[in-house]
Design a protein around this ligand. Sequence first.
Ligand SMILES: Nc1nc2c(ncn2[C@@H]2O[C@H](COP(=O)(O)OP(=O)(O)OP(=O)(O)O)[C@@H](O)[C@H]2O)c(=O)[nH]1
Ligand SMILES: [Mg+2]
Length: 1034
Amino acid sequence: MGESDTRNLRNICILAHVDHGKTTLADHLIAATGGGLLHPKLAGKLRFMDYLDEEQRRAITMKSSSIALYYKHYSINLIDSPGHMDFCSEVSTAARLSDGALVLVDAVEGVHIQTHAVLRQSWIEKLTPCLVLNKIDRLICELRLSPMEAYNRLLRIVHEVNGIMSAYKSEKYLSDVDSILAGPSEKLGDENLEFIEDDEEDTFQPQKGNVAFVCALDGWGFTISEFAEFYATKLGASAAALQKAFWGPRYFNPKTKMIVGKKGIGTGSKARPMFVQFVLEPLWQVYQAALEPDGDKAVLEKVIKSFNLSIPPRELQNKDPKAVLQSVMSHWLPLSDAILSMVVKCVPDPVSAQSFSISRLLPRREILDNNVDKNVLMEANLVRKSVAACDSSSEAPCVAFVSKMFAVPIKMLPQRDSNGEILDNYSEKGGNGGSDECFLAFARIFSGVLYSGQRVFVLSALYDPLKGESVQKHIQEAELQSLYLMMGQGLKPVASAKTGNVVAIRGLGQHILKSATLSSTRNCWPFSSMVYQVSPTLKVAIEPTDPADMGALMKGLRLLNRADPFVEVTVSSRGENVLAAAGEVHLERCIKDLMERFAKVSLEVSPPLVSYKETIEGEGEGESCFPLENLKLLSGSSDYVEKMTPNGRCVVRVQVIKLPLTVTKLLDECADLLGGIIGGQSIKSLETQRSSIDVEDNPIEAVKRRIMDAVENHISSGNENDKDRVEKYKAQWQKFLRRIWALGPRHVGPNILFTPDYKRKNTDCSVLIRGSAHVSERLGFLDDANDGNNDADSSAVTLLAVTQASSLRQEAESLESSIVSGFQLATAAGPLCDEPMWGLAFVVEAFISPLAGQADEPESLQQSEQYGIFSGQVMTAVKDACRAAVLQKKPQLVEAMYFCELNTPTEYLGPMYAVLARRRAIVLKEEMQEGSSLFTVHAYLPVSESFGFPDELRRWTSGAASALLVLSHWEALPEDPFFVPKTEEEIEEFGDGSSVLHNTARKLIDAVRRRKGLPVEEKVVQHATKQRTLGRKV
Ligand SMILES: Nc1nc2c(ncn2[C@@H]2O[C@H](COP(=O)(O)OP(=O)(O)OP(=O)(O)O)[C@@H](O)[C@H]2O)c(=O)[nH]1
Ligand SMILES: [Mg+2]
């Protein structure tokens, strides 16, 4: 086992947007080099790597899987990955184990959301990417472009992809410069120097040989070098010179036989770039000759002759012109040769790759503590060195990284080991827990040699060899039972595997949940964690149909959680088992796996748990209206809701207004930071906290400034020209900002509780619970001016005995927390359907009066027995009053919205809009993609309407339209859920209630209420009288 065979190894993954042809391409590579695993005739049809039933049924890839190929004297590990957004975590696991990536782009569809995402992933993992422009045939047959038009399109895609890469590069460049400027100078080590590489150069350049043009369906492809070599003798130029000239504005002058630039050709001349003339035009001719009914068959003959192709005559006589074409093209420009020679040339072997990616895999550690064990440190550094060198000697420490665990039915495991001896797969050490599933680790070896039966340490991400005892729980010892080379679904047992290889390992099921580092020594740092693009957002509650199966379900959920890197299994506050998946397709597969493999019981799955929020109609709604009036409501109007505690001692008055949207959004955005500030964290610890705020100086100052900005933005958007009023309004807001008592729910939400206005006189001898502007104080709003509210103090005490008043005031003080709690409860569960409130500001005035019997002890005792503890009564009264106040002010439901990117051919625009309209989507823009018949449409889609959306879209557009969804923002439904037509006009428009009203808000609210077991107002019989009349007539 010398170094030479590590040098002949390549680890690559195929990455792309969904349906751009990854699995089809993989098929051809397997057919050509997989040692007879796949017959070439079936390549592109079988989709060998999509071996799960569900994958074949839906025709999309759902997991990443690996296959070992042999090309010339190279071994190539190829990992196919899914392109669907729901399975993007699998892209991370594939990228982590690879050194290079084939990034596919559909030549017709161009760059899409997921193309950006996979380019980013390959950039983060420091992979060497190659670009594969697929589906070139669609430019010829579908779009019917001329070679020149096709060239321009390809040029544009290459340019666009390079633009994306250069954005990542400059981002890194800046952060590198920052870190180097900030850090001590000796840190400028080998791996920091890499940023000095030429940043100006495009990543993908056809003339450099890292861009391939292919048609995976018809099985052909090429890089420019293939054509350069062929034309070298014909044109009498060197292949190297041609290679440079076959891309970009380079022209061939037939008279002088010279390659010239744009200037070298006359303006009127019909010269085409050499790529068009020498590469695309012949391709177009072959396609036209083969597929057009009046095509010139002689062209095919000519190609066969000039390229010396040996095609069996039987294939050429095939009646199907497409088959003839495929046969000629795949002999002329064999796809696997083009791709694999590009891979061998452009993708580094593991030794070079690891020296480059080591800074990502095992970032250099700063050791600040001088008391660490020097021996441990030395060994850990040695391990790091041997990973960087990809050391394959048998003395080298063994290090491997497991990027995911996957389950295989035990009956699928090979029956014999690498020596041909029969294995008993069912007797797993540590036990399978009686399950028919066996867990394998998907791993890559980064140093040394692994062999079956070896004992290794399993390190979780939190392990630190320098920390000694305290991290013991993050390290375990395990025995590697078997090692397998992966051949798609097939597993080939091997006795040992050495550094640079991708393998499946059996025996770690009990030790690893999702990913881990394996090492032969405990003195090793764990590899850095993988980066995922999104988090699981679609949640459902699950329970067994038969309650007796609960145990099986729990076990199944545990197995599923282990087998799928991306699901999240939690128990909700109401005790339900909640499963979170990345999207609908993913969820469906999880449920199927649970029922058929892991739990094997029948399940009830709740409809998706959608979250809503509740708010009230703001008056900013009618644009012209100035928001000042809104605030006036809080100060001094008599428009309030009043509640009294059951014992009659406390009267609560609540007023509510809607906060400006800018403020609400800000409170939502800064929730973490605000939580820290309000909770009283020190400035130092806040500064280290990451947040959306660029913390220049002091995070408290920054939040404060942003709140002020939000208020000012709101004022300036009020189309108010009157300067005086603007100033007055601003001053009023500033006063209010000095009165923030609490935020809610859970003390950091987007709702504000203001302290009551002290100046307001109460008529009797009761005392106001004043509260304190606790949050304003923390945010530093009180520092600006002395608090105007403090002066109007003693007026509440009039003729009453001073002693009584002061004891009453003490009591009032002790009740302050009840008010806050009441506010928190109310904002956590609004009146519409117990969902949290959003963007509301409350002023709560609570007056307490002395006990009727003049502080008579026995009576107060008796009272608390009768009505419960007083503080509790106040809390409930505040909560009820807040909820009632919201109900009075035209409550509205707020729903989450997805941002949605749709792509569809022109002829399906109609059906697509119909689907969008049915689901209440708001279309933002539509755009024709240049040079194609595709439309790109951007829209907002309510989350509650998104379930089944991709399916319906596919059905109505015959699969031609595709959609991608990203969570965007919260938006209030303008409908009044309690709307009943009253005025004559309304009755005329909506009917008198005899026909069923189409009230979406009401429908959504009722659905949530039903789910939560809250009472729902429903009329079972709508119009009994009408039915009776009808009945009589018959
Ligand atoms: N016209 C044409 N169609 C192609 C070509 N390559 C692939 N396709 C078709 O594109 C569709 C998707 O191909 P797949 O290989 O399954 O795509 P994928 O990228 O693996 O898809 P996911 O794994 O689900 O992301 C299939 O219907 C293929 O037949 C091509 O070169 N030309
Ligand atoms: Mg696929």
